[in-house]
Design a protein around this ligand. Structure first.
Ligand code: ATP
Length: 637
């Protein structure tokens, strides 16, 4: 059945090909890194499958990849004896992109080559990068364990379609031939290929070989005879698994290249930690923090996790059981000596060894970040800008490490004039006023809304710092983070301000006197707003604003209500507490209003104003405008 078929590429593949050719031209040589990387993965997969079926080796267990060039023909060939592909595999893997969220990713590209090339790099170009330099690519492959006649040849010019055809291929594995574009013929050169391989492939754990021509018999400098040598395939790389080597023998470049191999990322990592752990469980971990967030960081179905090896044998990609979700940006691998070689995802899920390793690895990442924050604040800021939001999921997810995670968080604060998150809770505590016992914070929709909130008036006047939270996740965060270093976190928009010793005796007395003097006003306001508010009180937090609304301690905050409403959830009606500032001219004016109807209008207007400032919207905006206009007309008379 030597049938040849033509297939169309999945739309996203066409887009990827287009974009790649146009945006990665300044970094063409990566095609070799990607293809050698795939060959090494194919060798890993074969080894894994052969664990339970030794026959797959077909008598050839020396896995390697060979790279060669043909100058006359203008071709480069990369050939491996790894797992190979079946006909169905070829059509699936070399015709589609299997990552979830791919279509969405492509719809977000801007069309600006420079910007898109960054994104494409993060997306991972893989096999298709062959078309950066090739006008045509031929893949001949045969899956391990299948008959020689079950080989397949895939061919494409990288435009809309590709063909597949049955062939006979004696050797197992995959041979990829690149027919170079005229302007890329420089790559069909052994020296050029060799220099790229040495740059990119030292960390690859199987030999990457090139053909070395034999030399005829010759004469040495003293006339002695030098024997002829035969041509042979020679390894160009160290070919030992990088993580098994001594740290001191591994260069930064090698760590960087290895990162690109395991992560399919395109940029250098920000940071890594390589450790051999001994004791109850033995394992090696090589953990990387990327410098850029991947495109699918927020995609629920995105693959995450570490590459898992057991006694140096590759077991699986994306082993998610070793890392909590709030550290899902960490890439790298672990190599365990304690897990069985036939371990599966299911077994990993509730396994004592996994749990103990997970706890060790989590702590390792946290200390890596703590060290970075301490030693290189600038680099930490870079990290935080990419992954801070994810880290904020930590306190809710990982109770045992709550305090350490909280220590890694950064916020905007009234201590700074910028929205940049640079304040740590530790710094906040260091700057706390004498007598201050709580960490004050506010959560709002934006930095501006938080920084300009009337709830901060008194605190600002007293020089008390407030943490300004304005990320979507912050409300969720403070729901799970009640204290840090034994200091309670206290919302300035909920319940009493609770200034404790920050208020001196005279202030307290003055406040009590004001409250007593305003009793009548409070009562009148309560009367007219009875069905709209839970209570009316004299404020302790305002100085320049006539009134504000707050929610009670333990009640749902207005920010939480907003989030739930936005998510389309039913929210129980919570009546706010209305706080008035009797010293404000508007309140003084209200106090003197004799006409009860006008008084009610004023009170309603002030309540709606306070709600608008708190929520950014009103349930009945036209009523607000009507009242407002009514007042304006009255003032014109
Ligand atoms: N030399 C090879 N031998 C066997 N299978 C291969 C080989 N090269 C590619 N494949 C198959 O094709 C798939 C797609 O490869 P491709 O390089 O496009 O993506 P990837 O390696 O899965 O991920 P990424 O795009 O992030 O590099 C691989 O997952 C693998 O199944």
């Amino acid at each position: 059945m030597a049938q040849q078929e033509t297939h169309g590429f999945q739309t996203e593949v066409k887009q990827l090909l287009q974009l790649m050719i146009h945006s990665l031209y300044s970094n063409k040589e990566i095609f070799l890194r990607e293809l050698v990387s795939n060959a090494a993965d194919a060798a890993d997969k074969l080894r894994y499958n052969a664990l339970t079926n030794d026959a797959l080796y077909e008598g050839d267990g020396e896995l390697r990849v060979r790279v060669s060039a043909n100058k006359e023909a203008g071709t480069v060939t990369i050939e491996d004896n790894g797992i190979g592909m079946t006909r169905d595999g070829v059509i699936e893997h070399l015709g589609t992109i299997a990552k979830s969220g791919t279509a969405e990713f492509f719809s977000n590209l801007s069309g600006d080559a420079a910007k898109d090339s960054q994104l494409i790099g993060q997306f991972g170009v893989g096999f298709y990068s062959a078309f950066i330099v090739a006008k045509k690519v031929a893949v001949e492959t045969r899956a391990a364990g299948h008959a020689a006649e079950e080989g397949v040849k895939w061919e494409s010019e990288g435009e809309g379609e590709f063909s597949v055809e049955d062939i006979t291929k004696k050797g197992r594995g995959t041979k990829i031939t690149l027919f170079l574009r005229d302007e890329e013929k420089e790559f069909a050169d052994d020296w050029r290929l060799k220099s790229i391989i040495t740059k990119y492939s030292d960390h690859i754990s199987i030999p990457v070989e090139m053909w070395e021509e034999g030399k005829p018999e010759s004469e040495g400098p003293d006339g002695e005879k030098i024997e002829a040598t035969e041509g042979e395939w020679k390894g160009m790389n160290k070919a030992t698994a990088l993580w098994t080597r001594n740290k001191s023998d591994i260069s930064d470049d090698e760590y960087n290249e290895f990162y690109k191999h395991v992560s399919h990322d395109y940029t250098d990592p920000l940071l890594w930690a390589h450790n051999r752990v001994e004791g109850k469980h033995e394992y090696t971990s090589l953990l990387y923090i990327p410098s850029k967030a991947p495109w699918d960081l927020w995609n629920r179905d995105a693959k995450q996790g570490l590459k898992l090896f057991v006694q140096r044998v590759f077991i699986m990609d994306d082993a998610e059981s070793f890392m909590p979700s709030y550290l899902r940006f960490v890439k790298g691998l672990i190599d365990s000596n304690d897990l069985p070689l036939n371990v599966s995802r299911e077994i990993l899920q509730d396994n004592k060894v996994t749990q103990s390793m997970r706890s060790g690895i989590t702590k390792r990442v946290l200390s890596m970040l703590e060290k970075l924050a301490k030693n290189d604040a600038e680099k930490y800021q870079k990290f935080y800008a990419e992954f801070g939001q994810v880290l904020k999921e930590g306190p809710a997810e990982d109770f045992a490490n709550k305090e350490r995670i909280a220590g890694l968080l950064r916020f905007s604060s009234t201590n700074e004039d910028s929205s940049a998150p640079t304040t740590s809770l530790e710094q906040y505590i260091e700057r706390m006023k004498e007598g201050q016992e709580k960490i004050y914070y506010i959560v709002a929709d934006s930095y501006e809304a938080a920084a300009h909130s009337p709830h901060l008036e008194l605190l600002r006047k007293k020089g008390i710092e407030v943490i300004l939270m304005h990320d979507r996740i912050d409300e969720w965060l403070v729901n799970h983070l009640n204290e840090f270093k034994e200091k309670k976190l206290h919302s300035v928009t909920q319940g009493d301000l609770e200034l404790g010793d920050l208020e001196d005796k005279e202030e307290k007395e003055a406040a009590e006197k004001l409250a007593a003097d305003s009793e009548a006003l409070v009562k009148r306001v309560k009367n007219v707003l009875a069905d709209k508010v839970s209570d009316v009180k004299v404020t302790t937090r305002l100085t320049d604003t006539p009134a504000c609304v707050v929610t009670g301690e333990g009640e749902m905050s207005s920010q939480m209500i907003k989030l739930m409403e936005a998510a389309g959830q039913a929210v129980p009606e919570v009546k706010p507490l209305f706080e008035i500032n009797p010293q404000h001219p508007l309140m003084e004016r209200l106090d003197q209003e004799q006409d009860e109807e006008a008084f009610a209008d004023w009170a309603n207007l002030l309540l709606q104003q306070a709600q608008l400032s708190e929520k950014g919207s009103l349930a009945d905006p036209s009523n607000f405008i009507k009242l407002m206009n009514q007042m304006l007309v009255a003032s014109l008379k």
